[in-house]
Ligand binder design. Structure first.
Ligand code: NAP
Length: 264
């Protein structure tokens, strides 16, 4: 299937690590150009080098996305270098465990800054370019928006708001032909997830326990599987899909949890 995204420019936040890295690689594999933005200069440069060695084009921007200024600068840099933008993939974020009981108003606000506000800021600053390209926006949310997790109010609120943005922007941007969709992952092995699982006394046991609760195949979703859905949604092949939440989660959110009994 030709996704018809060759030479298009896609801005991927957190695009050099975990799910974002897989999305960037998938974009490049289709002949399009990922512009990765993240905190680690080294990671970004590494990804660009790997792709260039394979004859692909990519570009890295080193930035903490916490402020509106930094988001504006990111979009300005993309426009300076490439002169256009065909898609925004809002992906950067981290489950930082700022709870209701074990949190504080200050930590809550800080977490929203790191997890939520840049989704809006980048959407806002990218809009003029997306209007020109009739591009699309993809928001990476999380199952926590719908299932809750406990002890992570700010992150769950950010992830819920990202789903609200998805529907809200899909409606607002209909007139420009800009499509807006979300992917909702549940359990994906990434550096962030590995760091979290390692906080348990017996990480391997904990991981096996989690996998048993994932209905399809009792396994983690692969970052590549999120990326496959992402490039499809960004492509012309998804030209009539907007305002949707796509659950790439092995049935985690919607299927009956007691299914684990049937699987065993
Ligand atoms: P990851 O492995 O930590 O990769 C995320 C990347 O984003 C990292 O490079 C990180 O930089 C960067 N980043 C995060 N916040 C940033 C900020 N404010 N400014 C600039 N860069 C920032 O995480 P992941 O597991 O791939 O998660 C990617 C997305 O998927 C997140 O939105 C997450 O909520 C969502 N998600 C993941 C899972 C899962 O199971 N992994 C499940 C549901 C949803 P540093 O390395 O410097 O932190």
């Amino acid at each position: 299937m030709d996704l018809q995204i060759k030479d298009k420019i896609f801005l991927v936040t957190g695009g050099a690590k975990g799910i974002g890295e897989s999305i960037s690689l998938a974009i490049a594999e289709e002949g399009a150009i990922p512009v990765v933005v993240g905190r680690s200069r080294e990671k970004g440069n590494q990804l660009v080098q790997t792709l260039r060695e394979k004859g692909r084009e990519a570009y890295a921007i080193h930035k903490e996305l916490g402020s509106s200024d930094s988001c504006r600068e990111v979009v300005e840099e993309v426009m300076r270098v490439y002169g256009k933008l065909d898609g925004l993939i809002n992906n950067a974020g981290a489950n930082d465990g700022v709870g209701l009981e074990n949190g504080s108003p200050e930590a809550y606000l800080k977490s929203l800054e790191k997890n939520l506000h840049h989704y809006y800021f980048l959407g806002h600053y990218a809009l003029p370019a997306l209007k020109k390209s009739r591009g699309s926006i993809l928001n990476i949310s999380s199952k926590t928006a719908l299932t809750g997790q406990g002890g992570t109010s700010a992150y769950a609120a950010a992830k819920g708001a990202q789903l609200a943005f998805t529907r809200e922007w899909a409606v607002e941007l209909l007139r420009y032909g800009i499509r807006v969709n979300a992917i909702v992952p549940a359990e994906v092995m990434t550096p962030l997830y590995r760091a979290w699982i390692n906080t348990f006394d017996q990480p391997d046991e904990k991981l096996r326990e989690i996998e048993q609760r994932i209905p399809l195949g009792n396994r983690m979703t692969k970052a590549q599987e999120i990326a496959d859905m992402a490039v499809f949604l960004l492509s012309e092949r998804a030209a009539h899909i907007t305002g949707q939440y796509l659950f790439v989660d092995g049935g985690y959110v919607h299927l009956d949890r007691s299914l684990s009994v049937l699987n065993s």
